[in-house]
Unconditional design. Structure first.
Length: 167
């Protein structure tokens, strides 16, 4: 994983790179606190518009969105920068959401993948997506798994397209 710590000297866009022929001119070529913040903000901006998941998040996080986004920044920093910023427990946080369906994790990834592909250069996006898929698989197993069951194939399909048209 290419990482780079937040560097005020470099300026906000110092770690972006040009992409010829892409739909977006600049993509992050490394993970940093800044690029993680943009990823988290963009992802939750998108998921709030998802017809099913948006409702679930809104119900749970009414009045607590800022706190959740900060927590998710620390979560992704721990995953991608390995800085130990996140101290929580994702499994109980999802187990208590009795309304979750097995298909919701695939829907979640259907929003996450195009956001990450839009923001990061392709190799880095692939790495981030694989990590998210592994976490989604373990959350799925914790929530819906039983002896001998395996997560559904859409939790490891790394070939998602941009556009977020998974719903
Ligand atoms: C099925 C799709 C998902 C839904 C609907 C969902 C929903 C939520 C909600 C509503 C919360 C806030 C819980 C609360 O504070 O009461 C939450 C927390 C969290 N979610 Fe998810 N989530 C999903 C999938 C994922 C995935 C795939 C990841 C990781 C890749 C993830 C990582 C987290 C983390 C780290 C927290 C914070 C847990 C804590 O420490 O409190 N979620 N999720």
């Amino acid at each position: 994983m290419k990482t780079r710590n937040s560097d005020p000297e470099s300026g906000r866009y110092g770690h972006l790179t040009g992409m010829a022929g892409g739909d977006r001119l600049l993509r992050y070529e490394s993970v940093s606190e800044d690029s993680i913040r943009v990823m988290v903000q963009t992802f939750y901006g998108c998921i709030r518009e998802h017809p099913r998941l948006g409702e679930i998040f809104s119900r749970r996080l009414e009045g607590r969105w800022d706190e959740h986004l900060l927590k998710m920044e620390s979560f992704w920093q721990s995953v991608l920068l390995k800085n130990g910023a996140y101290k929580g427990k994702p499994v109980p946080a999802h187990l208590k959401q009795k309304e979750l369906l097995g298909s919701d994790y695939g829907q979640w990834l259907g929003v996450f993948r195009p956001v990450v592909r839009e923001l990061f250069v392709p190799d880095l996006a692939d790495e981030i997506i694989v990590l998210a898929e592994r976490i989604a698989q373990s959350l799925w197993l914790a929530t819906f798994g039983h002896a001998g069951s395996a997560p559904p194939p859409e939790l490891s399909a790394t070939t998602a397209q941009c556009g977020g048209a998974a719903w």
